[in-house]
Write a protein that binds this ligand. Structure first.
Ligand SMILES: Cc1cc2nc3c(=O)[nH]c(=O)nc-3n(C[C@H](O)[C@H](O)[C@H](O)COP(=O)(O)O)c2cc1C
Length: 360
């Protein structure tokens, strides 16, 4: 997740339990150009067991070059291609979740990536949405193309582009993909905020794995709970306020290490405050001060003011978190929906379409 799953957060999550932790998406153009930010995004710490990198791209040759770079320089153990992004500035140029509608472009791009990844025996997966809107669904066809090209797994977010993050994810679309493609791992995504949600998704859809987005924001222990639940255990981590503070402090330490800068690390931590302390008794002034921290000393003195013994508040700390928003009409290139194939204008546009964007 862009802006969230840097090496620091991935390490913190892994400290609570197993999982495959994917880096923030990186644009293939920026990666090929080796911009400092893209090199930071793909950086892994030696503690990370599997180096999983997600690429965003719209132009097959650039994606090919990016995958080749990751493989030849031994920078990844798993590569995922992101076709889930609903941001207007991305879909307006035919990228992200708008792209699978054009089956020729999708096929060319995925084929290039699979070929390069498999030359180095690196598994390659794709992340897609249900479609552009309810009248323009793409998941089943994109899934089949991916499977036929030798992709190693398909993650499906059960929403359309026009839904963004609003409403409820449609798990029946995930079940339909699972059923239609029995010969490839399917990973279900959308609205898993607890271990119970994950178990329910597996039961209702038959997926091989689940993918977590917003649910882990401020809740790095969710993966430990998932591991327990999927192994049949009812044990859950219900942290006291002191335990939340300990996780938050550890996140701070890891961020400072990741950015190699105390201020930059703590600046990055600020956006996590509301998620961590959701439902806990923390005064407005302490919350506000936490959202402005810039030194570890300040952080420690604020955390010391919390009632360490305050128990887990139950439901108030649970449920959905993070981005929600409302459904929006998708922004697409002109005439995009007229045909499943690219016209000359689209081809010319796509070679310039790769922006420095982030998000999914
Ligand atoms: C802040 C934020 C950043 C995201 N960044 C990415 C990303 O880089 N790559 C991606 O595939 N999905 C990204 N997503 C989408 C999530 O992976 C996920 O598909 C979506 O939030 C639905 O799952 P959820 O209900 O578990 O959150 C992002 C979502 C949010 C809220």
């Amino acid at each position: 997740m862009a802006g969230i799953t840097n090496s620091a957060f991935r390490r913190l999550c892994a400290e609570y339990g197993g999982g495959l932790y994917v880096c923030e998406m990186v644009t293939s153009r920026a990666l090929v150009e080796r911009t400092p930010e893209s090199m930071r995004i793909i950086k892994h710490s030696p503690e990370e067991a599997v180096r999983s990198i997600q690429l965003y791209g719209v132009e097959p040759n650039t994606v090919r070059a990016a995958v080749r770079m990751l493989v030849e320089e031994d920078r990844a153990d798993h590569i995922d291609l992101n076709f889930g992004c609903p941001a207007p500035k991305v879909t307006r140029k035919g990228g992200g979740s708008a792209l699978p509608w054009k089956t020729d472009l999708y096929r060319e791009l995925v084929a290039a990536a699979v070929q390069e990844a498999h030359r180095g025996q690196i598994p390659l997966t794709v992340k897609i949405r249900k479609g552009i809107d309810d009248d323009h669904l793409t998941a089943l066809e994109a899934g089949k193309i991916s499977r036929d090209l030798g992709v190693d797994g398909i993650a499906l977010h059960g929403r359309t582009t026009s839904q963004h993050y609003a409403g409820q994810a449609d798990w029946s679309a995930i079940a339909a993909l699972r059923e239609a493609l029995p010969d490839i791992p399917v990973i279900g995504n959308g609205d898993i905020f607890s271990a119970e949600d994950a178990v329910a998704m597996v039961e209702q859809t038959g997926v091989d794995a689940v993918q977590i987005g917003r649910g882990c924001q401020g809740k790095p222990w969710l993966f430990g709970d998932l591991q327990a639940a999927l192994n049949g255990s009812t044990e859950r981590f219900h942290p006291s306020l002191g335990e939340v503070a300990t996780a938050f402090r550890r996140h701070a330490e890891l961020l400072i290490e990741h950015f190699e800068d105390e201020f930059r690390g703590l600046q990055d931590l600020r956006k996590h405050v509301a998620w961590y302390f959701k439902g806990y008794q923390v005064g407005g002034d302490v919350r506000a001060a936490l959202a402005r921290i810039s030194t570890l000393e300040e952080l420690d003195s604020l955390l010391a003011q919390l009632d360490q013994e305050a128990p887990y508040p139950g439901r108030a700390a649970e449920g959905s978190r993070g981005r929600a928003g409302s459904a929006k009409r998708p922004h697409l290139p002109q005439d995009w929906l007229d045909s499943r194939l690219m016209n000359e204008g689209h081809k010319a546009m796509i070679s310039h379409a790769e922006l420095d964007i982030s998000g999914g």
